[in-house]
Design a protein around this ligand. Structure first.
Ligand code: IMP
Length: 427
């Protein structure tokens, strides 16, 4: 297995957690490399649901080591709540969790300004999770007023940094947003209390991972969100603030690109997105409402209704390119069991022209009309299928058509929410 990356190929919520859980069986370490508590990764084991936001979901296996890499933005309050929630469910992770000293800290003013900025954008709002992700990455890239996990190990220094940051943050809060100022001491006290529990986890994870790779351990890099939410390659500005694509796995961990052996793209058998922005294959309202209810398409982090639509091969081809995908992991195939016919968007029509490549300029994408091909449904349950030949003929045809249109082999197909409900398609 060596180093495997699992990423989302659409707008997130492709069911990455289940795929990470699948590959984690053979991993020694499972690593998050970008994003933060905006992620909501759900794994279902024997009908018990585990929801992960910051902890790599490989934590479910008691023998796996878990790493939060330098590219992640860590909200220590959310992390400790998650650690405690998992402990309540019998998953004890803190002693096998290592967090990069260079991972940036999400501070209370990041969460506050995330909400205030969104409100001020009005109808142009991005639809963020309001977890402070964007403002935290802003401070990282601006290289000022930023605090990193390692800073918590030096209480006096942290206190001084928080005090400096809060002066500037308060100027913006009060003068731009007309909000009450924040109290620097209160924030420093709160964060230093978190460091009492998390301090033992904070290390140079670059060395941990390099040693693991060198000694032949298997490392699984767990992406969050999806390719179209990537700050460079996504539907900007309706994106998140990190590199969700495979390249982000290298910068967010310090593992070099030559060490990567496999890039698995998780792809839903249809398409969904939360938040605002263009979505060419989105269902017409009534059908969409019906399917959303049927499929339970509500966000794991925020509970927001997800927008849903047909499978879009233009998007998946684009994802295959920008991620260098070696395999596809198709998910939620069983949800299509009820439909008499299925549409796949093969190309777009933009101003009378057929377009094969995904347009990355928003003003062009907004004009894209999907060109569909229609395939017959299978109208029978796939939930018991475990190998390719168990799938009904029309489901096999659907899957093979996705491979043809994207140029990437499908390795697995998910046919239910539970861990074992997976069809092994490839070798
Ligand atoms: P942010 O990451 O909270 O700044 O939100 C930016 C955009 O990314 C919004 O459209 C969010 O809905 C979307 N987003 C963030 N995290 C996730 C996720 O885990 N799944 C799906 N969409 C997400």
């Amino acid at each position: 297995m060596a180093v495997t990356i699992v990423i989302g190929t659409q707008w997130g919520d492709e069911g990455k957690a289940k795929i990470v859980d699948y590959y984690a069986q053979d991993a020694d370490l499972v690593v998050r490399f970008q994003g933060g508590a905006n992620a909501g990764h759900t794994v279902k084991v024997n009908d018990e649901q585990f929801i992960f936001h910051l902890v790599p979901c490989g934590a479910i296996y008691p023998d796996k080591r878990c790493v939060i890499g330098n590219g992640v933005v860590v909200d220590p309050k959310a992390l400790l709540e998650e650690i405690d929630q998992l402990l309540g469910q019998g998953v004890d992770v803190i002693d096998r969790l290592q967090i990069s000293e260079n991972a940036h800290l999400v501070m209370p003013y990041h969460k506050l300004t995330d909400g205030l900025s969104e409100a001020s954008r009005g109808s142009g709002a991005i639809g963020t999770t309001k977890r402070g992700i964007g403002p935290c990455y802003v401070d990282k890239v601006a290289r000022t007023e930023a605090l990193r996990m390692g800073d918590l190990l030096d209480p006096a220094d942290s206190r001084r940094r928080v005090a400096d940051a809060v002066v500037d943050k308060n100027a913006v809060l009060t003068k731009v947003f007309g909000h009450d100022p924040m109290d620097a001491d209160e924030i420093a006290d709160e964060y230093l209390a978190y460091s009492e529990r998390l301090g033992g986890c904070i290390v140079d994870t670059g060395i941990v991972l390099a040693d693991a790779v060198k000694s032949g351990e298997s490392v699984l890099l767990e992406g969050a969100q999806g390719t179209l939410l990537d700050v460079d390659h996504g539907t900007f500005p309706f994106v998140t603030s990190s590199n969700t694509t495979a390249g982000g796995a290298c910068t967010g961990t310090g593992i070099g690109p030559t060490q990567i052996s496999k890039v698995v793209g998780t792809v839903k058998a249809y398409t969904s997105r939360v938040g605002n922005g263009p979505f060419p294959t989105e269902f017409e309202t009534e059908f969409g409402d019906e399917m959303r209810k049927e499929w339970g398409e509500f966000g794991a982090s925020t509970g927001r209704p997800r927008r849903i639509g047909w499978f879009d091969a233009v998007i998946t081809r684009y994802s295959a390119r920008v991620n260098g995908l070696t395999d596809l992991a198709l998910t939620s195939m069983d949800r299509l069991d009820i439909l008499p016919e299925l549409k796949i968007c093969v190309t777009y029509e933009i101003e009378g022209q057929e377009v094969v490549n995904f347009p990355t300029r928003l003003s062009v994408l907004e004009k894209a009309k999907p060109i569909y091909e229609t395939l017959p449904g299978w109208e029978t349950s796939t939930q018991e299928a475990r190998v390719f030949d168990d799938l009904p003929d029309n489901a096999q045809r659907y899957l093979r058509r996705i491979e043809e249109l994207t140029g990437v082999p499908v390795a697995t197909a998910g046919v239910g929410p539970n861990r074992h409900e997976v069809v092994a398609v490839g070798d």
